[in-house]
Design a binder for this molecule. Structure first.
Ligand code: ATP
Ligand code: MG
Length: 634
């Protein structure tokens, strides 16, 4: 019972996944696609096949030699018939075979792993590159967990197929054929009888086992998924559950799913545990039969006629029989492994066939340095077919103008800037910058003149320095510090243990929301865009950081066309123009004063949302020391 088999049985569990996802791409297409990734290693593949053929062949000779040692080395009566020289020769051959097998198998395994991992590396790199270029529409539809599983698990399955199961199956196949030939050549009658009694029950038991194991492992997949999701939910939601004192209930729930997982696994292992003893029994029974048959023929044939089977042949026979069962079992299993690998391959293949929905035109030109005049002309857009978020939307923004967009949640504020950045394609109408339709210019030249600070500040693992210099990794530290100073981030960064070299953890976990925002401002200012897009975070930061952000913003907005989806009164008030958006339509526009005087939607919003902020701001401006808890205030 070796690990190889174990791996195969666990593969069966993948079938549940396969069944959910019925295949549309043929094995031939997928096979060609996978083989394409072997191109760089053709020499190694050929070498691997040669090694496999040699090692299977050599492995097959040993029992025959063992038989010859008995018959020719010892003879019927070793003292009279014994041939010491032959005995020595055969033993040397056996020794030689053992040494060659060890060396060849070592090399073969090394080559196979190399082939497998090299192709996985190629597939992964290509998939990653593909993902980098896909449009938002794709990511909206896919859960990130699924995409990650393609690049990790599905790639692993292909690796397993290439470096393991295809080769093992080939070896198994050659072994079954080779053993059958040896059995028939040595003694065709006994050979055929042995094959006849060994093969049908082996296939039958393998089949029964296959079906049972599949069911059992499918169940374990479900139970372990429950354990994982319960665990991850409790880790992500630990604050909430502790605040609602749900710990006791959570522990009980976890205990339950954990228990179910134990039950399912024990069941699956029991099936697994039963199979090999059954096969061993079968193997011994057939061996017993061969000895019986040999004994019987020797006994009844008397010493005068030619023996139908010699003792040496009986030994060789039984050794061959021992080599017969595992390969048949494995071959029965291979179909499953192959199917589940092909399902994984198909998922990866589909991912690699994706094309970006926002495509650069073939004759796209580089957008020259812009002044920053933006026009939305009768723009209509829906994320999901026909459900328009914007309908005939018009907006004209002058170069250098700052536009604050306010409005209720779901009004389409983020959508406007998504379209301007061409993360999505407008369905009707056009967006122009300095008269250039954004669909006619290269994406790089468009994005290089645009800075985006998102609703949830997005930082990457690494240091503060690396995050500020994200778009321009070669920037000098001096310029990075300058950018940080402009947005008032320098003060808090300088007080961190490693300053600009502080590791901020995955997605900036080790920073506060306000700090993250200041860093993303610094990143934007270093990029020095002509058009700045700011999707302000709704999450509140402490009043002092708020003041820092306000000052930073003033500097950030200077001399640029800017779109600010504003939740802060200060930003809204300072904008050149405010537009109030409702269900994708501009219902009011003007300056803060104009709109307040109008006592319309903006006025209502102001009363609801900004009143409190105004009072806080006034208080802070009177007495800045009244804020609490910001590191920057030190
Ligand atoms: N990726 C998406 N796929 C499908 N529908 C979407 C997607 N993003 C937004 N929507 C829908 O489009 C509408 C406008 O969303 P949008 O994100 O522009 O709102 P918003 O004004 O920015 O709201 P908020 O203030 O909450 O950020 C909403 O009804 C929303 O459900
Ligand atoms: Mg939004």
């Amino acid at each position: 019972m070796n690990l190889r088999h174990r791996g195969k049985f666990i593969d069966l569990a993948e079938e549940a996944e396969r069944e959910k996802h019925s295949r549309v791409t043929s094995d031939l297409v997928l096979g060609k696609w996978i083989i394409g990734y072997l191109k760089g290693d053709i020499g190694l593949v050929i070498l691997a096949f040669i090694f496999i053929a040699i090692s299977t062949g050599l492995g097959m000779v040993s029992p025959y030699i063992s038989g010859a040692i008995i018959d020719q080395g010892f003879g019927e009566n070793p003292i009279v018939d014994g041939n010491y020289q032959k005995l020595l020769l055969y033993c040397l051959i056996l020794f030689g075979i053992a040494v060659s097998l060890a060396v060849i198998n070592l090399l073969k395994n090394f080559i196979l792993y190399r082939i497998g991992y090299s192709s996985v590396k190629r597939i992964r790199s290509e998939t990653f590159a593909k993902l980098q270029g896909l449009s938002m529409e794709f990511f909206d539809k896919q859960e990130s967990g699924r995409i990650i599983s393609r690049v990790t698990n599905d790639c692993d399955k292909i690796n397993e197929l290439m470096s393991g199961s295809i080769i093992t199956s080939l070896t198994d196949f050659l072994t079954v054929i080779g053993v059958s030939i040896f059995l028939i050549v040595m003694n065709w009658e006994l050979g055929l009888i042995t094959i006849g009694i060994a093969v049908p029950p082996t296939i039958l038991i393998s089949y029964i086992f296959k079906v049972r194991a599949r069911e059992a492992y499918r169940k374990t997949r479900k139970t372990i998924a429950n354990v994982t999701s319960t665990l991850s939910e409790s880790i992500n939601g630990v604050k909430v559950s502790q605040s609602f004192t749900r710990e006791g209930q959570n522990i009980r729930e976890f205990r339950k799913v954990n228990l179910e997982d134990r039950k399912a696994n024990i069941r699956a292992e029991a099936i697994f545990a039963a199979t090999y003893p059954i096969f061993n029994f079968l193997s011994s029974a057939v061996v017993g039969f061969v000895y019986l048959y040999a004994g019987w023929t020797i006994y009844y044939s008397g010493s005068t006629i030619h023996l139908p089977i010699t003792p040496g042949e009986a030994i060789a026979f039984t050794q061959y029989i021992g080599m017969f069962f595992n390969p048949i079992l494995n071959l029965t299993m291979f179909y499953n492994t192959f199917q589940s690998t092909m399902a994984a391959a198909e998922r990866l293949y589909e991912l690699n066939q994706q094309t970006a929905s926002v495509l650069e035109k073939e004759d796209a030109y580089v957008l020259p340095r812009i002044k920053g005049e933006v026009k939305f002309k009768d723009v209509s857009f829906a994320y999901v077919d026909e459900q328009y978020v914007l309908w005939k939307f018009n907006l004209h923004v002058r170069p250098g103008e700052s536009i604050a967009i306010v409005g209720p949640t779901g009004a389409g504020k983020t959508t406007i800037v998504n379209l301007l950045a061409r993360f999505y394609e407008v369905q009707k109408g056009a967006i122009t910058i300095d008269g250039h339709d954004i669909r006619n210019v290269t994406l790089e030249s468009l994005h290089s003149q645009m800075g985006i600070v998102l609703q949830q500040p997005v930082l990457f693992k690494g240091t503060i320095k690396e995050n500020i210099a994200y778009a321009h990794p070669d920037t000098s530290l001096k310029r990075i510090i300058k950018a940080a100073k402009v947005v008032n981030a320098h003060d808090f960064i300088k007080h961190l243990p490693d300053g600009y070299d502080t590791d901020i953890g995955e997605s900036g976990k080790r920073l506060s929301v306000g700090q993250k925002q200041l860093i993303s401002f610094a990143r934007a200012i270093l990029h020095n865009p002509r058009i700045l897009i700011l999707d302000e975070a709704t999450s509140s930061v402490d009043p002092y950081t708020e003041l820092l952000i306000k000052k930073a913003l003033t500097k950030l907005l200077k001399n640029r066309t800017s779109f600010i989806i504003a939740h802060r009164l200060s930003t809204v008030r300072n904008a050149d123009r405010i537009i109030v958006l409702q269900q994708g339509k501009i219902v009011e526009e003007g300056t803060n004063e104009e709109l307040l005087a109008k006592k319309g939607e903006y006025y209502n919003l102001y009363q609801l949302q900004f009143k409190e902020q105004e009072e806080q701001e006034e208080k802070l401006e009177d007495d800045p020391s009244s804020s609490s808890g910001s590191e920057s205030s030190k």
